[in-house]
Design a protein around this ligand. Structure first.
Ligand code: WTA
Length: 639
């Protein structure tokens, strides 16, 4: 197992942080209960998840908790009928939550809007009716290409309410990337905004959708709904494009909630894998809601008085589980901010925390690293005493960033909850609870009901202190139910390590059983917590007229964690000059959008290859970072 040893991070972090006694006393799950939950999930995992399911409302109860007769296609709660939106909205209308704030939204210019559960319920009903009027039916796909607005949440919930399948595409993707996703999903409708505010500028959005829909490619789309946010001029196509406000104005405040089989799809979320084509991860109504509800309420210890702010964009899975579905299932108040964390200056996030009395603040390490640079004078100016829990997700958080957050934002009192999970897992998988002992930089232990392990390539657990592959041994309720139209690629997750779901990450477990995530084992680059595939970038380079071939790797970046570096072989006769570099950067942005941040481009005569002609990215990576990352060729995708 020596080959993993070099992967062991340099972390020699030995500090342990204990929660304050008051926090332990008040926690939803106390240490005894956590112990009992862990024991139960050892001998009766299905019983553990069945109890979690009993906390939600169903139209019809399940016949069984899990059907695993067609592995790896698992079905949770077969026979059950439900709708996640019923649990996010309808049921709260019957309780004291009715008049509680469901959503607080703040725009970048400083405008804000608030919705109680009752108001959000009505707005969703009106838009659900509008979608039905447009001809959207159960099972149809609806692409949501939106900035963070209240209507983004409304669009997701309205689609789910009528049984349609939403696919939110992050507004930082290009027209091409959007078109690819619209086509793959065969979307019937697209919901967008005229534009939005970012870093003091108005960015146009509908234009990008128009561009994506040009040509016969996306002729599946019958209608487009446009939210008016910035009042920039847009071209509306007669019979296809409709203003959101015109549609909902005419609709009723009530709408029937579609009765769904538990395994029927709720949403698609496209994410990057090791090959060029993004994968459409499918999540369903039943299992997803059970897993997300149980993990979010326990991990973040949600209380009736909390104000929960996850800074993720709804365009990523974190936005789905931790901005929209999780908080609303939990009946808490969720917060959405439209703009840039540094606008108009580096204290914007702390200003928002103080203004609304945020009690749970969940963010990504890249934001922390960026704000650390601006110094603590920005944090000192605001009253952050409402905070009681902090959270991190998306990439490994260094002990430095962890302690900065803990000290300067959390007053050395608020635990930093580092949650490991993925688009595919739907819910938090490895994470502390507020009562846990914390080691900065470790995601601690698998949650009850989750069988995570660190193993060698044959699936044997590795001894403490050694690095290995992070796997999940048993199914969990919020697991993806499949990949959109791609059963074979779904199977691959379960084929790389015998008998396990292989997540794609490398990790180490210490003597106390604490897990330390060390990064991806495959060719996925984690740029500011966003997954971008090497292959996707390479394909985009390949589409440039002057490029013969390219290899793209992730290189360390102090703010973004990782950034992409490209090695490019140019067509003979083409000039290897700054002009071409500029042109290539422009080209990549055009192909993929601003999410694909390129740090640098280097010209090469040829690229290192295996005998079968596959580019050896790890050789380039070793050259670049001066470290040998070990022989992981077996894990690389040969397709
Ligand atoms: C990485 C985001 C270290 C990991 C929810 C994983 C993390 C990928 C953590 C999934 C964490 C996520 N510590 N690394 N706490 N959380 N990752 O699908 O490499 O966008 O495989 O889901 O992010 O990214 P995804």
């Amino acid at each position: 197992m020596d080959r993993f040893e070099t992967l062991d991070s340099l972390l020699q972090e030995e500090r342990v942080f204990r929660p304050l006694p008051q926090l332990v006393i008040e926690a939803n799950v106390n240490p005894q209960e956590l112990g009992a939950a862990r024991r139960q999930s050892e001998y009766d995992p299905l019983g553990y998840w069945e109890e979690a399911a009993d906390e939600l409302d169903w139209f019809k109860r399940w016949d069984r908790v899990l059907d695993d007769s067609r592995k790896p296609f698992y079905r949770w709660f077969p026979g059950a009928r439900c709708n996640i939106v019923y649990n996010c909205l309808d049921r709260h209308i019957e309780t004291a939550n009715k008049n509680k704030l469901a959503l607080i939204w703040e725009g970048e210019p400083g405008d804000s809007r608030k919705y109680t559960y009752f108001e959000l319920y009505r707005e969703v009903n009106r838009f659900a009716n509008a979608l039905r009027t447009l001809g959207v039916q159960k099972g149809d796909r609806v692409v949501v290409y939106m900035p963070p607005l209240p209507e983004t949440v409304v669009a997701m919930l309205a689609a789910a309410k009528i049984g349609a399948v939403h696919s939110v595409v992050f507004a930082g993707f290009s027209a091409k990337a959007l078109r690819q996703r619209i086509n793959d999903a065969q979307a019937k409708a697209v919901i967008t905004a005229d534009g939005f505010y970012r870093n003091g500028q108005v960015l146009r959005l509908k234009d990008t959708v128009d561009e994506a829909l040009v040509g016969a490619c996306a002729d599946c789309v019958e209608s487009m709904v446009v939210v008016r946010r910035t009042k920039v001029g847009v071209d509306m196509v007669d019979g296809r494009d409709f203003w959101y406000e015109d549609l909902v104005r005419q609709e009723r405040n009530t709408a029937p909630t579609e009765v769904m089989e538990a395994h029927e799809p709720l949403f698609l979320m496209y994410t990057s894998g090791t090959t060029g084509k993004p994968k459409g991860i499918v999540h369903c109504h039943g299992g997803y809601m059970v897993g997300v509800h149980r993990t979010l309420t326990t991990v973040f210890d949600v209380k009736p008085t909390d104000i929960f702010w996850c800074t993720a964009d709804p365009g990523w899975v974190t936005g789905h589980s931790a901005v929209v579905y999780g908080p609303l299932l939990a009946g808490t108040t969720t917060v959405i901010y439209e703009g840039h964390p540094n606008y108009p200056q580096a204290d914007r996030l702390w200003n928002i925390v103080a203004k609304y009395g945020i009690s749970i603040f969940y963010t990504v390490p890249t934001v922390i690293r960026m704000l650390m640079r601006f110094g603590v004078q920005h944090t000192k100016r605001h009253d952050l005493s409402s905070l009681r829990l902090l959270g991190s997700v998306g990439e490994p958080i260094s002990p430095e960033a962890w302690t900065w957050l803990y000290k300067n934002i959390g007053r050395s009192e608020c635990p930093v909850i580092d949650t490991w999970w993925q688009t595919e897992t739907g819910m938090f998988m490895i994470s502390p609870l507020p009562i846990s002992l914390l080691k900065p930089g470790s995601v601690t232990k698998p949650l009850p009901g989750v069988k995570a392990d660190v193993v060698d390539r044959e699936g044997n657990s590795v001894e403490p202190g050694k690095g290995g592959l992070l796997v999940i041994r048993e199914p969990w309720p919020a697991m993806m139910t499949g990949l959109w139209n791609d059963e074979d690629r779904y199977r691959e997750y379960f084929e790389k390590v015998p008998g396990c779901y292989f997540a794609g990450d490398v990790a180490r477990r210490d003597e106390d059983g604490y897990i330390w995530i060390q990064g991806r084992a495959d060719d996925v680059i984690n740029i500011a917590g966003h997954r971008v595939g090497s292959a996707e970038l390479e394909a985009a380079f390949g589409a440039h007229r002057n490029v013969t071939e390219a290899a793209v790797i992730g290189v360390p970046d102090t703010i973004k964690g990782e950034a992409a570096k490209a090695f490019v072989v140019v067509r003979s006769g083409a000039e290897e000059d700054d002009e071409l570099i500029k042109d290539l950067k422009r080209h990549i942005r055009n192909e993929l959008g601003p999410v694909a941040v390129l740090k640098s481009i280097e010209f090469r005569r040829k690229l290192p290859k295996t005998r079968s002609g596959k580019i050896m990215r790890r050789v380039l990576k070793a050259e670049e970072t001066g470290t040998e990352i070990g022989d992981l060729t077996g894990m690389e995708d040969d397709s």
